[in-house]
Design a protein around this ligand. Structure first.
Ligand SMILES: Cc1cc2nc3c(=O)[nH]c(=O)nc-3n(C[C@H](O)[C@H](O)[C@H](O)COP(=O)(O)OP(=O)(O)OC[C@H]3O[C@@H](n4cnc5c(N)ncnc54)[C@H](O)[C@@H]3O)c2cc1C
Length: 434
């Protein structure tokens, strides 16, 4: 029998899951409901997008769909390492063994949408934009949505299988929370962020920001800037800053913004036009939520994936990679359980929840906020690399190599680096309490 699948959220996880389900044959008829407009038609405000880096976890999930790996690669830039810029003008470089693929989050969603709609017609697939899920009735197997484009008209639809792929603030998860079946911890991390956009430096200029590297700056108060080249001669940046004692949210004039960047991130200020400084003030800071859930499924017909199940701090660049990896894990379970949804979703919790939990723990505590511990972190990573090369049986590879260059499970990585994670957790808590 054909199953009516409702996916809430047309982000990376929801769109990729639709591809994986549809290629299984005619078993599934899919409806995707997305609260935003179609990004292929309406360009989003820049405050809603940011650069995303994909490593092997995410890229291998995309490659399994014909043509998708190549089309995402075609709109990405390859990054071969990170340059840490210091305030005295010196730099420290950490190379990668395998490249990262970086692109804008909205462009990733567009590539996924184009790939989907080019393969499937509306007998198998319907994508409904401007439709926001409000709540779910799990007994009746229905959900209520509002159509934002039609004066918030309310509609109720039924499902056989419901997937909450609606991100960190998931409405499907909120509804599940009220059933008391789900034990879910949501935490606002005490760091906010703003995006900014710059032209790439002129080849003749003396600004040295190599194209194939991620550029990073860190201030004593924990403020971090990441800046990446994009296709088309532009650069995309994100500034993360502690909400408490925060200097960024207090910047209220273009002069103040330009002065702040000049004093702290010299190279970026040389590239920032006044118009961008003004746009920066008008972009509201965004908050980041982390989510730890006891289960990723409910009954025989509801599944949470991606950020809806395990939203993670962006500090380790893994949320999207993990969201795409979720889809591969679920697809393997459908193979193992011959498309029996009830069994596959229950096993998804068993197989993926410990990993999702470890992912959030790594996101919170792999990366130290204090500059002292940050230097120790760099030295540890260097020595782990050398020791692992000489004694591969006795010493583990570096932590960030494991996270961002391998597909080793997050749980295994957490177990290998338990001591360091505990140390950073203590230091970060102290740092944030000041
Ligand atoms: C600044 C920043 C930098 C990041 N950098 C990286 C990185 O380098 N690498 C990496 O792997 N990850 C990164 N991430 C994390 C990554 O963006 C997310 O983990 C990833 O987008 C999760 O995908 P998703 O499909 O699960 O959720 P989302 O991308 O959040 O998509 C959810 C979708 O659901 C829609 N939606 C939400 N609520 C509703 C509703 N009620 N009804 C209908 N639709 C709804 C949303 O509009 C959205 O389109 C970063 C995150 C941030 C904030």
């Amino acid at each position: 029998m054909i199953k009516k699948v409702v996916i809430v959220g047309a982000g990376p996880s929801g769109l990729l899951l639709a591809q994986y389900l549809l290629r299984r044959g005619d078993n599934y008829q899919i409806h995707i409901y997305e609260r935003r407009s179609d990004p292929r038609i309406v360009s989003f405000s820049k405050s809603r997008t940011y650069p995303i880096s994909l490593n092997e976890r995410g890229m291998s999930a995309l490659r399994q769909i014909e043509g998708l790996g190549a089309s995402v690669k075609a709109i990405s830039l390859e990054m071969n390492g990170t340059v840490f810029h210091q305030q005295n003008g010196k730099t420290r470089y950490t190379p990668r063994q395998t490249p990262l693929f970086t692109l804008d989050r909205t462009n990733l969603a567009i590539a996924l949408l184009e790939s989907l709609t080019s393969k499937y017609n509306n007998k198998q697939l319907n994508i409904h934009f401007n439709c926001q899920c409000q709540q779910v009735d799990f007994t009746a197997k229905t959900l209520t949505l509002t159509n934002i484009a039609e004066e918030d008209k309310s509609l109720t639809i039924n499902y056989d299988f419901l997937v909450g792929a609606d991100g960190a603030y998931s409405a499907v998860r909120q509804s599940l929370n009220s059933t008391e079946y789900l034990d879910c911890e949501q935490k606002d991390i005490p760091t906010d962020y703003k995006s900014f956009f710059l032209p790439s430096p002129d080849e003749k200029s003396n600004i040295n920001l190599e194209r194939d590297k991620i550029h990073s700056w860190m201030l004593k108060d924990g403020t971090v800037v990441l800046l990446l080249h994009q296709l088309g001669g532009t650069m995309s940046g994100v500034i993360y800053f502690p909400r408490k004692h925060n200097q960024v949210a207090n910047l209220s004039t273009t002069e103040e913004v330009l002065k702040f960047f000049r004093e702290n991130f010299a190279e970026t200020s040389q590239l920032m036009p006044e118009s961008e400084a003004e746009a920066f003030i008008n972009r509201p800071p965004s908050t980041v939520l982390t989510v730890r859930c006891s289960r990723y499924h409910y009954g025989d017909s509801v599944l949470l994936i991606g950020d809806a199940a395990h939203a993670v701090s962006p500090s380790i660049g893994q949320g999207c990679n993990a969201a795409l990896e979720d889809v591969v894990v679920f697809d393997q379970l459908l193979d193992e359980y011959s498309d029996n949804i009830a069994e596959a979703i229950a096993q998804f919790t068993v197989r993926r929840q410990p990993d999702g939990y470890a992912l959030v723990e790594l996101g919170d505590n792999a990366f130290p906020l204090s500059q002292g511990l940050f230097i120790e972190f760099i030295l540890r990573e260097l020595s782990a690399k050398i020791l692992h090369q000489i004694f591969p049986q006795r010493f583990s590879p570096p932590l960030f190599y494991l996270i961002s260059e391998t597909t080793v499970s997050y749980l295994e990585i957490l177990n290998l680096y338990q001591g360091w994670i505990a140390k950073v957790k203590k230091s970060n808590e102290k740092f944030l309490a000041i």
